[in-house]
Design a protein around this ligand. Structure first.
Ligand SMILES: [Zn+2]
Length: 155
């Protein structure tokens, strides 16, 4: 069901190498990758379905059975590796044919990332009004999250 025609930007990202996109972990159904540069925050990940399934309501039985475990493991890994007490989950379902949960490390030392303020930060970085996260730090975090995911999920 994945598009090979190049019309879907997420399929195009999935077809490229893991290192190019700071992919932390993946299996046949899911990809956990860091937000592309410029990333609003170091520790802002995306959990994507590999195939086109626009929302959790569109998951097949295998994906549905796996979703909660992969989501929880991703959140624990991000929380531990980034060293934050909380990870936000946001799923709008706009702009891509893939379920893509934004998993956002909540840094308690930054008041500009509290709840919906994180959306303001997102737009500021998107518009170039604020610098994105350091790519080297992003790569380190993605590697650490991937290591923890592989240990936790034994794959
Ligand atoms: Zn796609």
């Amino acid at each position: 069901m994945n598009s090979a025609c190049g019309e879907c930007g997420v399929c195009a990202v999935h077809a490229e190498t893991a290192a190019q996109h700071d992919v932390a972990w993946q299996n046949d159904r899911w990809i956990l990758r860091h937000h592309p540069a410029p990333a609003p925050l170091a520790g802002w990940f995306l959990l994507d379905t590999r195939r086109h399934a626009a929302s959790a309501a569109d998951l097949n039985a295998n994906e549905e059975a796996e979703f909660a475990g992969v989501l929880a493991a991703s959140m624990r890994a991000i929380r531990t590796v980034v060293g934050v007490p909380r990870v936000y989950v946001v799923m709008f379902g706009e702009g891509a044919h893939h379920l893509h949960a934004h998993l956002i490390a909540r840094d308690p030392t930054r008041n500009d990332t509290t709840a919906w303020k994180v959306a303001d930060l997102y737009r500021m970085v998107e518009r170039g009004e604020m610098q994105g996260a350091d790519p080297a730090q992003v790569a380190r975090i993605a590697a650490g999250v991937g290591e923890m995911m592989r240990v936790t999920l034994s794959v």
